[in-house]
Design a protein around this ligand. Structure first.
Ligand SMILES: *Cc1c(COP(=O)(O)O)cnc(C)c1O
Length: 404
């Protein structure tokens, strides 16, 4: 067998569909975010402005976070040195878990090496531990939840996105005594819409289901202490398991769940994605801890973030750009075509120094390709004027669709 030919063919088919991902090599400038240096394959460098980072609040360069990281490196050294069981149960990660449990008003929390791992490990373990379990999963759930459901090996039912009636129809059709988990997100990060959390919790009560809520794009950003949308809406006590990341708004790396002590203890004891891997470094745990603590008390980042997102949406709408009417900090500008989306993104980078990655299938459905803009408190008015001007140019040059 010509093995190499198989891989080459696989890559070719992605390229033919305009789905082949090209990564941009960047060096972010601490203290000057969203400015960065792009390193080109020919060795040259280019100054760019990042417009698609999930470091939504710029916490990745916050002095509290950087100081905590430096102090932890001096105090503890680089790595955790093992799994949680084999000498990796570091003081910093235990402190972080207590802080996260408090953030969500839950008995317990568990930290994983990433948000992806936390979803995959937790959902797959829940589905295995609950006999005869069925997981009801929103059709637009993130790939990590889809993997978790698949790895659970139990029955799964996909319900229509954010559709209360469809979920109820599906719950109705099930045996009332069957174990059920409703798995969904609060903020869906591609359209920037929010799920009907209260209505889903009501259904969970009525039909005897557990609730599993991914707050990855909301922790740090919503609620008086940055607990997420469920905190903002006073619903945290109605969610069985909340999941979040330390890598996006908190600006560091890692993932976590919060829940009752029995559920957290069961995941700790059964999830191989938690058990058999080296613990998140105490250095990064200390950085994440400082970030969570800061955002529990400080509102200014959240306020500026919302103001910046609203301002950019307004500017783009005035400029006739096809912006999705997102109710959150996410600003999607629609292109509706994979090839054109890639071209627009390349042009913005090459000709305007604006780094805005194209979002194509399978991240979004085919025909709904877009540029996903994530303004932060560090994107000032001048940068926004520059961005809107560049987008208008590119839309004219490529003859892209304007707002309807
Ligand atoms: C990014 C993302 C994750 C994974 O989190 P990481 O910490 O980046 O691994 C999980 N869920 C959703 C909805 C995400 O967008």
């Amino acid at each position: 067998m010509d093995y190499d030919q198989v891989f080459e063919q696989a890559l070719l088919s992605l390229k033919e569909e305009n789905r082949y991902r090209v990564f941009t090599e960047l060096g972010r400038h601490a203290g000057e975010f969203p400015k960065a240096t792009r390193h080109l394959p020919n060795g040259q460098e280019q100054d760019v402005t990042i417009w698609c980072s999930n470091d939504y609040l710029g916490m990745g360069q916050h002095p509290d976070v950087l100081n905590a990281i430096k102090a932890a490196a001096d105090k503890y050294g680089a790595g955790a040195g093992g799994t949680r069981n084999i000498s990796g149960n570091t003081h910093m990660i235990c402190e972080l878990e207590r802080e996260l449990a408090d953030l969500h008003g839950k008995e317990s929390a568990l930290v994983f090496t990433s948000g992806f791992v936390s979803n995959d490990a937790t959902l797959s373990t829940l589905g295995k531990l609950l006999p005869g379990c069925v997981i009801l999963s929103d059709e637009l759930n993130h790939a990590s939840m889809i993997d978790g459901v698949r790895h659970a090996g139990c029955e799964k039912i996909i319900f229509r996105h954010n559709d209360v009636r469809d979920l109820e129809d599906k719950l109705k059709s099930l045996d009332p005594n069957q174990a059920k988990i409703i798995a969904f997100e609060s903020v869906y990060s591609m359209d920037g819409d929010i799920s009907p959390i209260k209505e889903f919790c009501d259904l969970a009560d009525e039909y005897g289901a557990l609730t599993y809520l991914d707050e990855v794009h909301a922790v740090g950003l919503y609620g008086p202490r940055g607990g997420g949308v469920a905190e903002r809406e006073g619903l945290m006590d109605r969610i069985t398991i909340m999941e979040g990341t330390l890598g996006k708004a908190f600006g560091v790396v890692g993932g976590f769940i919060t829940s009752t002590s029995n559920i957290v203890d069961a995941i700790r004891s059964y999830a191989s994605g938690f058990i058999f891997t080296t613990t998140l470094s105490p250095v990064m745990s200390a950085g994440a801890l400082a970030s969570v603590r800061h955002l529990k008390l400080s509102q200014i980042e959240r306020e500026q973030h919302q103001e910046r997102a609203a301002t950019l949406k307004k500017l783009l709408t005035e400029a006739g750009m096809p912006v999705l009417p997102s109710v959150t900090h996410i600003v999607p500008v629609m292109v509706y075509d994979a090839e054109l989306c890639k071209q627009a993104s390349d042009m913005l980078l090459e000709d305007y120094g604006i780094y805005l990655q194209p979002i194509n299938y399978p991240t979004v459905p085919r025909g709904s390709e877009r540029l996903r803009i994530t303004p932060t408190p560090f994107h000032n008015d001048a940068m926004m004027a520059e961005l809107v001007g560049a987008l208008k140019d590119v839309w004219n040059r490529l003859n892209l669709r304007q707002a309807a």
